[in-house]
Write a protein that binds this ligand. Sequence first.
Ligand code: 5GP
Length: 200
Amino acid sequence: MSEQTGGAGDLAAERGLVVVISGPSGVGKGSVHAGLHGLLEGLEDSVSATTRAPRPGERDGVAYHFVDAATFDRMISSDALLEWAEYAGNRYGTPRAPLEDAVARGRTVLLEIEVQGALQVRDRLPEALLIFLVPPAFDELERRLRDRGTEDESTVQARLEVARSEMGAQEHFDHVVVNADLEQCTAEVARHIARARSGL
Ligand code: 5GP
């Protein structure tokens, strides 16, 4: 690709960034993600492909690209997805081309994805900024699950297993941010993004 126009300073300032917001389900990824748009300029949302059915109000191409299983298979085999994962019986993946295009235009692309997908981004795009959100009292999860007494032991174990593997992924992220207070958490994530964009 040619870099004949613009000085080196311009190019450095315009370099795009991929930001992954991840963490265990229910931690508030969507709220933090939405809040970032009010705090930072130049953000672009990655629109994932999914095999799940649209929920009421979700528009194709906005919330997600809603595709059938055969289309998703083709996207995988043609390497059109940067990452993908199965979650609760459906598949979700990040289309590679729009992301690469936005980064080339100096944009900051936000991916709001589950943990397995985030780890794939870590491998395939080491320069991406990975942020892991945690709930304030996650270590109480086991106690709460048991105290509630509504789940049988195998369900408790299954949930703990998912939670454990998700929490164990923290070390692969650049930043772990506790979501105790939405506003504070969003501001902290925005600071990490701003710092990464300025190359610090
Ligand atoms: P939902 O069905 O509630 O919209 O999303 C279910 C989960 O899939 C959420 O944790 C969401 O962040 C995650 N997700 C959405 N898009 C993607 C994607 O492109 N890749 C991966 N790995 N996870 C995704």
